[in-house]
Design a protein around this ligand. Structure first.
Ligand code: NKO
Length: 206
């Protein structure tokens, strides 16, 4: 039990590393918390026009989600679904409430994707494809994230029997992640409803 708690804490700390802020600092860009949506995430970094910085942010934030879950399985090969699900949620919470940024973090989309990659790569692929389809058609990053977050737990449960067997604890973890992701996008949801949300690649400005 103490070991599980340590793995959960470790996942939280890994999830806390804010790549949007780190990458921006290393590349001499403004702090993403000072412009656009003020969100430390890949979409907002892209608003600087620096695609490389945005891609590195996406990669870093996803990699940490993957790494946290992978590391727990590596350190505890016999880890049961319950503690592993808690590790997944902890990594996600690290990104949302990072100890390194005074607990004011991002919205968790890229980190959730990384977690999905560690849990079940095909599930991650289906969810990322969902994000991409919505993003291409509607050009709203937030809308794509919301739709993907809704479908990830649905795919996990209903896709069970394809390449994986759904674990109830992990299904609950993905639902919790999805609900938190919606909660973190509440300002985006208000803008989408009002028609003032900014589109990917400029277009309509906030
Ligand atoms: O600045 O408020 P903003 O407009 O930036 O940003 C809204 C945006 C914040 O998220 C990001 C990260 C963008 C990542 C893009 C690739 C995502 C691939 C699909 C993953 C979906 C995983 C959801 C799983 C939930 C269980 O939304």
């Amino acid at each position: 039990l103490a070991f599980s708690a340590a793995l959960i804490l470790l996942a939280y700390l890994i999830g806390s590393v804010p790549f949007a802020v780190v990458v921006s600092k290393l590349m001499g860009l403004q702090d993403p918390r000072s412009y656009g949506s003020k969100n430390p995430g890949a979409t907002n970094v892209l608003r600087t026009g620096n695609k490389t910085a945005a891609a590195l942010t996406l990669l870093g934030d996803a990699a940490k989600g993957w790494f946290a879950v992978w590391l727990a399985q590596r350190l505890a090969p016999g880890i049961t679904p319950g503690p592993l699900a808690a590790v997944a949620v902890a990594a996600f919470l690290g990104h949302l409430y990072p100890i390194f940024l005074g607990f004011k973090g991002g919205k968790g989309v890229a980190t959730a994707l990384g977690v999905l990659v560690a849990i079940q790569p095909w599930l991650a692929l289906a969810t990322a494809a969902t994000w991409l389809i919505i993003a291409v058609f509607f050009r709203y990053s937030s809308l794509a994230s919301l739709v993907a977050a809704f479908f990830a737990p649905v795919y996990y449960v209903f896709g069970s029997g394809l390449a994986w067997r759904a674990q109830p604890a992990m299904g609950i973890a993905l639902a919790i992640i999805g609900v938190l992701l919606f909660y973190r996008h509440r300002a985006n949801i208000a803008r989408l409803v009002q028609g003032t949300e900014s589109r990917i690649g400029g277009g309509k400005k906030k």
